[in-house]
Design a protein around this ligand. Sequence first.
Ligand code: DX5
Ligand code: ZN
Length: 227
Amino acid sequence: MLYVRNRTIRVSPSLLAANFATMGHDAAGALAAGGDRLHIDVMDGRFVPNITMGMPMVSALRAHLGADAYLDCHLMIVEPERYVESFARAGANQISIHVEASPHLHRTIQLIKATGAHVGVAVNPATPLSSIYEIIDQIDTVLLMTVNPGFGGQKYIPQSTKKITEVRAFIDQHGLSAHIQVDGGIALDTLATVVQAGVDDVVVGSAFFRADGNLTAAHQALQAQIG
Ligand code: DX5
Ligand code: ZN
């Protein structure tokens, strides 16, 4: 958790940047160091060019970390509705799907809700926010992509800031409960900007799993950026 004046900002360490050979250890370490939720990037080589991890990793982490760990699964896959139930069974607490990958978004949201998992809807940098306004009152998280999905370690796209401000205003004006999560290029140089623009949850990959492996120092460095 990060603290800024009268707000708290959730930190979701992205396991894509962890060491896959020591995943259980890294995931537990991220939570011990102050991470609130573990962000699990699922990529299929179709919706995005990369291939990463799937349900077996989610169930292995659930078994290793116990019931309290919050597993936030970001599905960057085509036809996500085919896998919603499997991810929920594997132990996902939240399932986020891409608006671009889900033509029957309303139906897929209901499918996720029926599993009992929280619902996130992700929006790519080039996708307008109007694509989610019809369903935003039904979801827990708006996942704004601040890079093009597919890879960790990319640079924050500056135009994203305007989008954060816009969705913050929409949520506040309509008295909605959806949280705003940002994903991609969130690091020491961009954190203050997104916090200022009104996010509730930051996904942090390469800036969290740093080369020196000191996750507590990584978390403290983030906090130091915002006071
Ligand atoms: C990108 C993924 C991100 C990624 C973020 O497609 O959705 O979650 O892990 O990594 P960083 O923080 O390194 O940009
Ligand atoms: Zn992600």
